[in-house]
Design a protein around this ligand. Sequence first.
Ligand SMILES: Nc1nc2c(c(=O)[nH]1)N[C@H]1C(S)=C(S)[C@@H](COP(=O)(O)O)O[C@H]1N2
Ligand SMILES: [Mo]
Length: 419
Amino acid sequence: MDRNELTYDRTRAQQWLAGKAHGDGMSRRSMLQLSAGAGLALSVSGALSGATASAADGPIVKPLPPELFEVYGTNAETRWEAMSGQGYLTPTDRFFVRDNTASPLIDAESWRLKLFGTGLRGAPNLANAVEFSYRDLRELPSESITAFIECAGNGRSFFTTQQSQTVSGTAWKLGAVGVARWRGVRLSTVLRRAGLTRDAVDVLPQGLDADYVTGGVNLGKVRRPLPVSKALQDVLLAYEMNGKPLLPDHGFPVRVVVPSWIGISAIKWLGQIEVSDTPLVSPWNTQFYRLLGPDYPAEGTVVTEQVVKSAFELPRDANFAGGRKHVLRGRSWSGNGRIKHVDVSTDGGVTWFRARPTSANADRAWLQWEFPWRPAKPGAYTLQARATDLTGATQPVEASYNTQGYLFGAIVRHPVTVT
Ligand SMILES: Nc1nc2c(c(=O)[nH]1)N[C@H]1C(S)=C(S)[C@@H](COP(=O)(O)O)O[C@H]1N2
Ligand SMILES: [Mo]
């Protein structure tokens, strides 16, 4: 996080405490508790809301074959071995799904996107919102981008397995990430047409899925504010993923794509966007998606960009025949921009050698790479990949602990067996 974001977050927290910001779903009292370092523990895994708009059987609509996914309640992660032999993009049928409640089935014909707020000319509240139909959006100039969407908690389980730390939330391995080709209309285009004023500071996209209820508290619709500066930079309102209309699980009819930022920013089943001339907050930037813990200020720091990560396209405990040449393949990505180089170790981190890049190297997506390996003796081995991005940021041996287990960017130890 750079200084601007730190300042941004501090200002908003202060304004909120001073009663100058607004946003429902969270009382000033709970924000004060949060400032006192008493953030609520969350238990995301398997949290199913009773009231769901979905007509599907389970929370996730698309098939989740066990060879492609590992399922945790309302969430499913891509198995990295299922990326082996695939092209640059994550095929939609194997793209991870993360639902706070359940995927709703939405009718695109009657769907409307509503924009309102004090940051728009002449649409101060929802009652006089500016509306766009699905067709309206499809008729605006379109843009396509290749970008990853990654959950802030991707890799969370390694806080426990590699660092013996207890964290709350879904115990993802490294499969809560995917790269897709997104097509849609720029959020800036829609904001300008809706009458964006110069005084606007924040936008708050909100989903149409069921209210999120946790610990007996209804936090309302899933929503997370974005500063106008990011909203105007490269945010897309996407209606296509990999050349097809979005699937219900990925936000049909329209979702937000916020390149390089954590997955929660990418609101699915977009229903409305509040545009405000005062800072906005929601539980998803005050209570969740903050770094909290002994190494952070009491109120925590907000999480925006992703960190550098790498994964092998292999199952855990993969088997290799000894005395033969194998090619290890993997992918690395970073929220700071493109990957500069990737180093691989097959001896538990003693020696490191450069991997060979095998794909395009895009700023907001990932780099594919390969590494030849001829294991001599049978036995247990630990594979490791360590990427460095264009800013020089590299993967550390240990990730910095935070209670909700976000941003696990450390080198992951991948156990394999040679027989
Ligand atoms: N409306 C809504 N948007 C949402 C969510 C949600 O539960 N509801 N989950 C968020 C989170 S935490 C992530 S990581 C991404 C996951 O996107 P995907 O399911 O398409 O992979 O969607 C985000 N957008
Ligand atoms: Mo997420």
